[in-house]
Design a protein. Sequence first.
Length: 516
Amino acid sequence: MSKQKLRVLIVEDNPDDAELLLRELTRGYEVEYQRVLTDEAMREALHNPRWDIILSDYQMPSFDAMAALEVRRQSGLDIPFILISGTIGEETAVGALKAGAQDFMVKGKMARLLPAIERELREAQVRRERREAMDEVRRSQRRLSGIFSQVAVGIVESDLGGKITHVNARFAAIVGRSEAELMDKSLIDFIHADDADAALEIVSDIRRGGRSFVTEKRYIRADGSEVWVNETISVVTSADGTPELLVAVVQDITDRKRAEEELRVAVKVRDEFLSIASHELKTPISALQPQVARMARLVREGRLGTVPPEKLEWMLGVVNRQIDRMNVLIGNLLDVTRITAGRLPTVRQETDLRELGTMIAGRLQEAIQKTGSSFIVTANEPVVGSWDPMGVDTVISNLLSNAAKFGEGQPVELTIEKIGERARITVRDHGIGIPPEEQNRIFLRFERAVPAEHYGGLGLGLWIARQIVESHGGTIAVESSKNKGSTFVVELPLQGTVPAQSTPPGPAHEPRTGAH
Ligand code: ADP
């Protein structure tokens, strides 16, 4: 059987002693060796750190074991060092052991040498393995803390009672606080009050043996704002399975929650709108149907000629008004789709607002007066500018029909004037008014501030008006209070430039909404 290799660094001045030593060693090993006599030679030899063991004499003319031990220490190498001396006093031996020698023995009594070497090699091997294991632990700690501090998700570690023991920078950013502010605090203090019970429930579940949880909850940031998170909580247990720590991986999902909420509101608004729209579209049909049925019966029975002309005209008047109403509703719906699709036709041309206003007033006069309102138009001078007459017609018509609808029986006033480089259109009524908190909302799509059962309408007129006014670079505003009437003021620049978002003219330029 071939012997194990042993690389020995011998620190010994006496060649005969070295020879004896080697003879002993070769009984157990295939020996490779180098003999050094000085400090420098030993340092040189240790540059190549391949030695399994150092065997050193105690006292030499130009070197000694204590100095050799110091050279080994400085090299940082873990090579077992055995002191072999002619005579060793107890004090010398203890000194050497204190300085790091692994063992000592007396020259000529070498029976213990081989077993001692074997033991030292084994122990050095154990030390090496432990060192490597520690290095590996340190490396993985570094890796982990790199991940911990740099991942894009928040991580928070707490004890079972929720006291924070570690957070990463991302978690601190999510909850809007510094890492130092969070340390040793209780997590529950930062959780939204409405979500605190669910968080405490998880703590009880952990006591009952639960080990992993996924929840959505809100934290409150230092500035008071809410942040929605998705949290995966894991329980870290000790070797015997006892829960020790909680680690939560936390993702900010505020944007998703906001989008979900917006979607929910949008769906609700759309559903409400659909139900109002179907009601609104059905109302004129219900009014139309009996008149048409009556006329059909008269024709069928050959009695049409017997009906007095005023009566027939009245019946046709009902039919016409309902058709007009349908037209307005459908026109509104079409405008909305065109505006949303960016296809609202805007054809600007030189337009006199006084002329246009007077024409609209003439068209709506009858309908307004039918509600019992008087109608006062003030337009003392021509107000000429470059506008889309169809669009401006829609704006004025929508405002007037609202004034008639919500100011029933009270005077409705339309004023058109020139103020500097702007045209101002004022529509005033003395009706139900609009509470201040509703005044922004009514310009939004589908928004109404009155109950559907009292007033018809799709909640579109003002939104459409605003889109048209803004596409002319103008403004629309309301001044009103409850039961005190409303004043809508539209201002249009006389020669407004078309803003960038303004829509190109569409192919068809059919009339849009008229009176409601
Ligand atoms: P609608 O066709 O439903 O009237 P609008 O967009 O024209 O839709 O108006 C939106 C809401 O604004 C109305 O439902 C009403 O609550 C309120 N509103 C508009 N004009 C007036 C007004 N002159 N007086 C009181 N409330 C008004």
